[in-house]
Ligand binder design. Structure first.
Ligand code: ADP
Ligand code: MG
Length: 249
């Protein structure tokens, strides 16, 4: 008889083990199974530890308390509204996080990996981790993560910037956008990049498509999918592996 491979998620494996007990008296009740599954899905597991590189597979992730205020969004409360955009790797959707189910929840932008495109889950975890430690008025705000398919898949939850990407905004407003406003945006992008530089981050993909417009007088840098950290003993970043890097910022 063929056996299922053992689950690496030990708490889940333990629960499955309990359900398979030969003695029915020792099997958990349906109510208890649901309670335990819920606690596994919404417990304080943290896959992103700000101080550690994320190198583990999603199923072997340590149960570490986060050193920063992280938020776990529950998939069942994230209500899809519309697509916001697609880049080379991810697709971003407008959703309402509506735990009360009465349409009063806040709007958020949710980024997922496009299947079989570019980076793997580990790269995506790095992007999430990078954004989670950035706190600057000119950088899109991290809100949290949302797990799906148990914990095999993950989405990045960000603040929603209603005017979308800067390239679209500039095109739509090409007849009335002033030089003064363009300079304001340019100075905000510079401030965001200056902040990144103080943390030794190199964005590597700065482009109008990756700058988002919050309102007519505020833009924010987004898309940290290609971002790297400059080691302390290095003065500049040297591309060592052939890979996707449209601009070498
Ligand atoms: P990729 O890594 O695939 O390039 P991006 O993070 O650049 O993904 O997002 C793709 C597009 O989705 C952006 O160019 C923008 O139009 C839209 N988008 C991304 N994040 C947001 C957001 N927080 N609010 C509104 N639109 C967004
Ligand atoms: Mg992009």
């Amino acid at each position: 008889m063929q056996q299922l491979p053992p689950s690496q998620w030990t708490e889940l494996a333990d629960l499955i083990g309990q359900c398979m007990d030969y003695d029915s008296a020792f099997r958990p009740s349906c109510r208890s199974i649901i309670r335990q599954l819920n606690s596994l899905i919404t417990s304080d597991y943290v896959i992103l530890h700000a101080a550690e590189p994320v190198t583990q597979s999603p199923m072997s992730i340590a149960v570490n308390p986060a050193p920063y205020d992280h938020t776990l969004f529950e998939e069942r409360h994230l209500c899809y509204i519309s697509p916001l955009g697609k880049g080379n790797f991810g697709c971003v959707e407008l959703c309402r996080y509506d735990p009360l189910g009465d349409n009063t929840g806040e709007l958020v932008a949710v980024k997922k990996l496009q299947p079989n495109k570019g980076p793997n889950l580990e790269d995506f975890q790095k992007e999430v981790k990078t954004l989670s430690v950035l706190h600057c008025d000119y950088i899109v705000k991290y809100r949290g993560v949302c797990y799906s398919m148990g914990r095999l898949s993950m989405s990045l939850v960000m603040e929603y910037l209603p005017y979308g990407s800067l390239n679209g905004y500039v095109w739509t407003n090409r007849h009335n956008i002033t030089t003064r406003r363009m300079l304001l945006f340019a100075s905000q992008i510079c401030k965001g990049m200056e902040y990144l530089q103080t943390l030794r981050y190199i964005h590597r993909d700065l482009a109008a498509r990756n700058v988002l417009v919050a309102n007519d007088s505020l833009v924010k840098i987004a898309d940290f999918g290609l971002t790297k950290v400059l080691p302390f003993d290095k003065e500049y970043y040297r591309l060592s592996q052939p890979g996707q890097s449209p601009l070498f910022w």
